[in-house]
Ligand binder design. Structure first.
Ligand SMILES: [Zn+2]
Length: 293
């Protein structure tokens, strides 16, 4: 009897949590925040790596084969590595278009979306707009709402919990946004250069002007002519920093730093970019601390 009861209980426990697999650590942090104890959230791409270029490991396919819900950033961020993994996982629950597959780009405010014809032939990593939208905290709110909504749809038994967790997250986010805005206010109007266009959303929210990039186009390595042009413009604009992602080679930003007189500043781009950045709030706390003190 005890044996049967324990089998029954463990079977129930296994069904009681939604197995969420996310492409990035940011999405796993949001899934944990709104899912709480009703979900287990695992990620594929470590936050200290370039999310455009992730080595698809066999272990990723194993994770996806057992997933109830897959969360992705979309906008072509994972186009180089996720589609093959989804096919290889042979899990009908998470095929694109099904309830177990949520591309969060559908619920956020996007920038740098091209209005003309999309040209993928020139190696641009952002053909459909800038996919680094999680660096706008208001997009974080929209993503959390979408995740909570989808969790409630596939796991209605815990819908109340998801609603409650989301409310807690949103209240914390609102309080944090006020802190970040206060700290960032003196930096309004500051000119900066980006390496890649990762921080465009963050800069737009807090009024920093991105006047150029180390890369001539997203994903294209710098050329001497481009560096000279941006370096001269950056010097004239008295640029304060060159924002560099943790996975970019800071040496590539050095010629531009020399020309412009602005130092390179390494900024975290995702949860997990540094070991102490564990939550979505930690990420903004860390970025704001580095630029505003
Ligand atoms: Zn990018």
């Amino acid at each position: 009897m005890t044996f049967l009861l324990s089998i029954f209980l463990s079977a129930n426990a296994a069904l009681a949590t939604v197995n969420v697999v996310t492409t990035t650590q940011d999405l796993a942090a949001l899934a944990n925040a709104v899912g709480g104890s009703a979900v287990t959230a695992d990620y594929l791409a470590r936050g200290d790596l370039d999310p455009h270029f992730i080595d698809a490991k066999p272990s990723f396919m194993v994770k996806l084969s057992k997933a109830d819900l897959v969360l992705s950033v979309g906008m072509d961020l994972e186009v180089g590595w996720l589609p093959g993994l989804l096919t290889g996982a042979r899990n009908p629950k998470i095929t694109p278009g099904s309830a177990g597959n949520l591309d969060l780009s559908g619920c956020v405010t996007k920038i740098e979306v091209p209005t003309g014809m999309i040209d993928r032939s020139r190696g641009d990593l952002h053909p459909g707009g800038n996919p680094h939208y999680w660096l706008n905290p208001e997009n974080g709110r929209k993503m959390a709402r979408a995740i909570a909504g989808r969790l409630a749809a596939i796991d209605p038994g815990h819908a109340g919990e998801y609603t409650k967790n989301l409310a807690t997250f949103e209240a914390q986010l609102t309080a944090k946004q006020a802190q970040w805005a206060t700290k960032m206010a003196p930096l309004k109007g500051t000119n900066v250069v980006g390496y890649h266009s990762t921080f465009d959303y963050f800069c737009a929210v807090y009024g920093l002007n991105v006047i150029g990039f180390v890369e001539p186009k997203p994903g294209i390595p710098p050329t001497p002519a481009h560096t000279l042009r941006v370096g001269q413009a950056a010097k004239a604009a008295r640029v304060r920093w060159i924002f560099v992602e943790p996975y970019k080679n800071p040496a590539d930003a050095r010629p531009l730093a020399t020309l412009s007189g602005a130092p390179a500043l390494l900024l975290p781009t995702s949860v997990g970019a540094e070991p102490e950045i564990k939550t979505y709030f930690d990420l903004f706390d860390a970025i704001v601390l580095k630029v505003a003190g």
